[in-house]
Design a protein around this ligand. Structure first.
Ligand code: NDP
Length: 271
């Protein structure tokens, strides 16, 4: 069996072991996938121990995606562009860092939800690591414009500046979002499950607007509820992104691309 795991802190509630076990059963790949809780100050040691004990690779979740980039001997282009690593590959040349979040996000929107991203006006709420991961692949789909709005406005401007060579991307504070319709609103604010929604102005959403919450939960998230109440064309949470980024990691490790639809259906049915 080749051994993989998701490493994070906390990690107990991660769905990744369930998803990868379903992928392994579906493809017949000899994969065992577990969970690895890394102490906050011992990420590197925990990775090295797993590798020394024969592990083949890791998925990295909060709060270690930046540290994972630092310990990678080499980076794929998409990991370098994102500035963060969510997939570690252990091979003879050392540790290679990759980032599959952006590919998973675009695949869920475009292939699973049939959303036309070319020429779309896109509003992103939040400017953290997840947004850095998806901006490159999102700009590659040639939207007409992306506006990043964030509580800490400076972080939004930093991200926009870092990606401005890739296409039309702008930034503002949460208070300065123009009250006019957009085609897609993406919520990447991590306070998303606390009950209080950090919502954009009401006219941003209309009958033609798709709303996507990167946060996922069994119940509709506050942002999803807000989107439905405001008549959004559709409102989806980030479960599809989670499954698609996992499939991309599985492909990176095994060279086999699992089918995601049966896994999504299984998880949506309650596991
Ligand atoms: P980060 O911690 O890097 O960023 C958090 C973002 O949320 C920042 O923009 C921060 O603003 C904002 N924020 C947090 N609390 C508040 C608040 N009370 N009011 C306003 N803004 C707030 O997290 P990530 O970017 O890595 O992740 C964001 C979310 O996306 C998480 O919920 C994560 O679970 C989810 N995610 C889902 C994935 C999936 O596969 N579906 C993949 C990756 C992430 P500020 O800069 O001002 O602090």
């Amino acid at each position: 069996m080749a051994r993989y795991a998701v490493i994070g802190n906390p990690v107990a509630h991660s769905l990744s072991p369930t998803i990868h076990t379903l992928f392994a059963n579906q493809t017949g790949e000899p994969v065992h996938y577990g969970k690895l809780l890394a102490p906050m100050e011992a990420f590197r040691d925990t990775v090295e121990q797993f590798r020394a004990s024969g592990g083949s690779g890791l998925n990295v979740t909060l709060p270690f995606k930046g540290q994972a980039r630092e310990l990678s001997a080499t980076l794929t282009n998409r990991a370098r562009r994102a500035g963060a690593v969510n997939t570690l590959v252990f091979d003879r040349d050392g540790i290679r860092g990759d980032n599959t979040d952006g590919a998973g996000f675009v695949r869920d929107l475009r292939d699973n939800r049939q959303l036309a991203l070319a020429d779309a006006r896109i509003l992103i709420l939040g400017a953290g690591g997840a947004v850095a991961g998806v901006l490159g692949p999102l700009l590659d789909t040639r939207p007409v414009g992306i506006l990043i709005a964030n509580r800490t406005e400076a972080r939004a401007h930093e991200l926009a500046a870092a990606f401005e060579d890739g296409g039309p991307v702008h930034a503002c504070s949460l208070e300065d979002i123009p009250d006019e319709p957009v085609d897609l609103i993406v919520n990447a604010i991590s306070a998303g499950l606390s009950g209080r929604v950090i919502a954009p102005p009401p006219k941003t959403v209309g009958a033609a607007t798709a709303c996507y919450d990167m946060v996922y939960s069994r119940e509709a998230t506050p942002f999803i509820r807000w989107a439905r109440e405001h008549g959004a064309r559709f409102a989806a949470d980030g479960l599809g992104m989670l499954v698609e980024q996992a499939a991309e990691s599985f492909y990176v490790w095994r060279g086999v691309r699992p089918e995601t639809q049966p896994v999504l259906e299984r998880l949506s049915d309650g596991g």
